[in-house]
Design a protein around this ligand. Structure first.
Ligand code: SF4
Length: 455
């Protein structure tokens, strides 16, 4: 086996990973082996979060809990990658790569991460069917959540579930149908996860809890209690929170994280929080969000836990463009106010584009508004890490994400029929949404109101 030498700056240099990956195959992606998201309440998993979810075979899990990750579906996709094929479920990356060879897709970004690249040669030498323990694991224990974001669904939000139970499914179907949901107390997948945990945790660089809202899950707090007893000095622990939870819960959580960091029970902690744009526009997308409270909780967390990192996650959608530059300005201000002498990259920023539901895709944004994204790109370049310094300005990897987004939207080739079909669904969905939730998209987004009335 080839020896890996960690002498590369992973955050901005993809050349090493790119060339080593291509020696194995042009479609090889370490995330397919080493990254996993497991939704216990659905009994489903995917490698990274882009491909569709597939079911986990509980019978296989009963004999080997690592089957929570190594499903037959993933084994098949790994084989396709080794043979240079593009598994259909990974179209998120192929769309970017097939556009231009020099764009860095998530396949390259994920494969050049500290949790993936050191294992490159071990993975390449492994056999299909061999037990692979993930090094980056994300889990959700339940759909319990106090938000009902417009692109979410009953599968991931109990508030959505309540709405569907009360009013019935939306005529457009999105968000409405949900799987059989396991409760945390009787969920067998969670039972086997805890059996797997002592072995699993030895391999993990990153363990991340998502939801629903993870701070409403009792298993999240069981993990935090485990940190009182056991130490995992290699473990980067992370939680995705909407930061809209009750003050008492936030304080309880913060005190446990402080303990884990202070007594070096874990290597690091990162709070991931979703936000897709700024102010009232963001509130419309993420129903339940109080933007002022969100800003105040972000500041509170950063002040209370100076050793932790915080990353904003954007799911860029049709509503995101109009105030996106204000979000970028706020992030610049936060980076200045919460600088850390020992953590250069304290406040992160990641952009993904929304694919589902298609009626909210940024591809439907009228092209005349793409200049707003050009302005964002120019702003990020002007306030880049190269100019302001590491930790203060935007990294190349962050600027690349907005560049990819612009390239993709400029190249988007939806035909007239597709556009008019999705626009009609948009109007149907948001008319119903506004009636049920007492909101009005025409007031919040006058730019789109005109466009959709015409259609
Ligand atoms: S979607 Fe991209 S990053 Fe995710 S597993 Fe597939 S190729 Fe890798």
């Amino acid at each position: 086996m080839k020896k890996y030498t960690p002498d590369v700056n992973w955050f901005d240099d993809f050349n090493f990973a790119k060339s080593e990956l291509s020696k194995i195959s042009p479609t090889f992606c370490l995330a397919k082996w080493l990254q996993s998201t497991i939704h216990f309440h659905l009994g489903k998993t995917h490698s990274c979060h882009h491909p569709p979810l597939t079911s986990i075979d509980l019978n296989k899990v009963r004999t080997n809990p690592s089957a929570l990750h190594n499903t037959d579906d993933k084994l098949d996709q790994r084989l396709q990658m080794l043979n240079g094929q593009q598994p259909a479920g990974c179209d998120y990356c192929w769309r970017i790569e097939n556009l231009k060879q020099n764009l860095n897709s998530d396949r390259v970004i994920k494969s050049s991460s500290p949790w993936s690249t050191p294992h490159l040669y071990a993975v390449a030498d492994s056999h299909i069917g061999e037990t692979i323990n993930p090094t980056y694991l994300e889990v959700s224990f339940s759909n319990e959540c106090q938000f009902k974001c417009s692109y979410c669904s009953a599968d991931f939000s109990s508030k959505w579930q309540e709405e569907i139970n009360k009013f019935g499914p939306y005529s457009t179907g999105n968000g409405s149908s949900y799987n059989k949901l396991e409760t945390e107390d009787s969920n067998e997948y969670i039972k086997y996860f805890w059996q797997w945990w002592p072995e699993l945790v030895k391999h993990l660089h990153v363990f991340r809890i998502t939801g629903g809202e993870p701070l409403l899950s009792k298993n999240t707090f069981l993990i935090l209690e485990d940190f009182f007893v056991n130490s995992y000095p290699q473990l980067g622990f992370a939680v995705n929170s909407n930061l809209g939870i009750h003050e008492a819960v936030l304080n309880k959580f913060i005190s446990k994280i402080k303990f884990a960091l202070q007594y070096k029970k874990i290597k690091s902690f990162t709070l991931f929080t979703s936000i897709d744009t700024f102010s009232t526009d963001a509130e419309y997308i993420r129903h339940g969000l109080n933007f002022t409270k969100f800003q105040s909780n972000v500041n509170y967390f950063l002040s209370e836990v100076p050793d932790a990192r915080l990353t904003f996650m954007v799911t860029f959608n049709i509503f995101s463009a109009f105030k996106f530059i204000d979000l970028l300005k706020w992030i610049t201000e936060l980076r200045k106010n919460h600088q850390s002498t020992h953590q250069a990259l304290r406040i992160g920023f990641d952009i993904n584009y929304l694919r589902h539901p298609e009626l909210m895709s940024a591809e439907l944004l009228p092209k005349k508004y793409l200049y707003l994204l050009d302005d964002c790109y120019s702003y990020m370049v002007e306030y880049s890490a190269e100019k302001l310094g590491l930790g203060l300005g935007f990294l190349n990897v962050e600027i690349d994400k907005i560049k990819n987004l612009i390239e993709w939207l400029r190249g988007a080739q939806l035909d007239e029929q597709q556009v008019s079909f999705q626009n009609k669904r948009f109007v149907d969905f948001f008319t119903e949404h506004d009636k049920r939730r007492n909101t009005d998209f025409k007031i919040v987004f006058p730019e789109l109101a005109d466009h959709f009335i015409k259609n």
